[in-house]
Ligand binder design. Sequence first.
Ligand SMILES: Cc1cc2nc3c(=O)[nH]c(=O)nc-3n(C[C@H](O)[C@H](O)[C@H](O)COP(=O)(O)OP(=O)(O)OC[C@H]3O[C@@H](n4cnc5c(N)ncnc54)[C@H](O)[C@@H]3O)c2cc1C
Length: 483
Amino acid sequence: MLDAAVHAALASAVGEDNIVSDPVGLRSYECDGLTGFRQVPGLVVLPLDTAGVAAAARVCHQHGVPFVARGAGTGLSGGALPVADGVVISLQRLRRVLEVDPVDRRAVLQPGVTNLDITKAAAPFGLYYAPDPSSQQVCTIGGNVAENSGGAHCLKYGFTTNHVLELTVVLPDGEVVTLGGDTAEQLGPDLRGVFIGSEGTLGIACEITVRLLRVPQTVRTLLADFPSVTEAGEVVSDIVAAGIVPAAVEMMDNLAIQAAEQAVGAGYTLETPAALVVELDGPAAECGEQFEQVKAICERHGCTRLHIAGDAAERAKIWKGRKAAFAAVGRISPDYIVQDGVVPRTRLAEVLGRIEDMGRAAGLRVANVFHAGDGNLHPLVLFDESAGELDRAEQLSKEIAELCVELGGSLSGEHGIGTDKACSMPTMFSRDDLATMDRVRSAFDPAGLCNPGKLLPTPRLCGEAPGRYRPHPLEEAGVIERL
Ligand SMILES: Cc1cc2nc3c(=O)[nH]c(=O)nc-3n(C[C@H](O)[C@H](O)[C@H](O)COP(=O)(O)OP(=O)(O)OC[C@H]3O[C@@H](n4cnc5c(N)ncnc54)[C@H](O)[C@@H]3O)c2cc1C
């Protein structure tokens, strides 16, 4: 329960109309896309502008109350999980595109603007915003900045950090600062770069200037089926070894294909063990020549069907299947965990084989749909909570992430560490590395109020029983109800 004095101070900072305090309303904010972790916040504020965000942060700072920034809540690592008796600062009401400058090719955005709305605003000028998370219809640019989000086309164009020039940030004590600048190269330490990917632990991004790219002259997309994920993995390595940088190379295994096909009818082959979506873009001549090379590589590796998108509608259909794949997995399993890890591209076939073995040993199915060009895996661990499989699924998911580190990769490619993987950070970073990160964080947030418990391991949380929500037996029996 939040102190009445804090509620009153927040109400005078942002207006009572922009506060959620009723128990049912607060429940909407209890988790993000990683629904296994839940915590109802003490209060939610929805400021209307940067000044409102700063005023809310100042109140929290003055009263020593922890707070968590929230965009659309699509995060998959528990980054926006509230803190008990803490405040959620939602950026949902800051959703204006402030400026599109077609000459300098940049846009200035409030943090609640959705990723896709940036491209919609840029489209009349023949421009677009390149990073394209599969959640782009709903996730916000503020969340993208916090997670350094990627997407299918980040293989060629880079992640969020490669496209953000300047940030107006509310620091954890309410001070407003500018990080980065209008030009790509800035003097001094790159604090803009430090902030991007810091998962809401260093402050709240309130104005974001991004680069826009010119829509490519030509786009060619193919869907290729393979007898196994090994052959598909070899195609990915050979494409890159040939010096081709595709706009995207995405892989799906049979389980993911079945789910996606059932959900959206994208024209995938239901029986195929593996499929690749390869997209090339750029000048027509270059694109055409490289496309022939890619086709030859696919054929060399036993491609069983090669479908080339004939027009924009067919291309959109292929992508619809890929982008809907996470959600579609709900059709073939009552519950699933989306894992996110990276391996060197050359070890894709090996890691997929080991994941299959681990799944078999755990008695669980694992579907794979991922950014193959980056080696960025998204194993989806399928389970049935009502059959008591949750703990096994969580354990398997954790072991898969740690396997990625063992193979020379990373705990996360784009979904972040959040609450979910904070305790695994020591498998990737030394004690000194973690202490250094903690000192950077303390420089921004000496009081430790901004999204505490996320990203970096805390001995208390990592040493004790995890704080996942488990229904009380009385709640399961319908005797009591959580509010
Ligand atoms: C179906 C599905 C597909 C997805 N596909 C992809 C994908 O392809 N690539 C990818 O990278 N991710 C993907 N994601 C994950 C997720 O969409 C991204 O991490 C996204 O950037 C989160 O944005 P959000 O607005 O939902 O942020 P939230 O979930 O609300 O918050 C995420 C983190 O950002 C912080 N935060 C939010 N706003 C701000 C701000 N203004 N300032 C500072 N911190 C802030 C929060 O505190 C939290 O730590 C997917 C998720 C789903 C559900």
